[in-house]
Design a protein around this ligand. Structure first.
Ligand code: 5GP
Ligand code: ZN
Length: 114
């Protein structure tokens, strides 16, 4: 997809702070972080929304989730806890139409904390 921001990040056309890469996924820091750690994990393949993922993508979506837990462990917040989130379509706040998993960590997400 020539006009997709995340495809351009995957190809290196747009610079980003890449923290992990495999054959099928790329993870990079969010430009506008909502937590001390806010990483986006995207498939290299252009898929607009979660609704567009099919049986063929079963391994890919598993790889995205395993990447999230790997990065949470690597960054030291897997035990204290973290949040993962897919926004699907505009009503949920999706603004970039290339599937991405938000991985947020490094602060409490409940009130009162703990
Ligand atoms: P959505 O609202 O679609 O679930 O999330 C899109 C996310 O992408 C937002 O958190 C936004 O800050 C992030 N984002 C948008 N454009 C860029 C960009 O060019 N680079 C990076 N690193 N993040 C971006
Ligand atoms: Zn794309």
């Amino acid at each position: 997809m020539s006009d997709c921001i995340f495809c351009k990040i995957v190809s290196g056309e747009i610079p980003s702070d890449i923290v992990y890469e495999s054959d099928s996924v790329v993870a990079f820091n969010d430009l506008n972080p909502q937590a001390p750690f806010h990483i986006l994990i995207v498939p290299k393949k252009h898929i607009p929304t979660l609704n567009d993922m099919t049986e063929e993508d079963r391994e890919l979506i598993g790889g995205i989730l395993l990447t999230a837990s790997h990065l949470a462990k690597e960054n030291g917040f897997s035990e204290v806890g973290y949040r993962t989130l897919f926004n699907c379509n505009r009503g949920a706040g999706q603004t970039v139409f290339h599937v991405h998993l938000h991985l947020l960590g490094g602060r409490p997400f409940t009130w009162p904390p703990g």
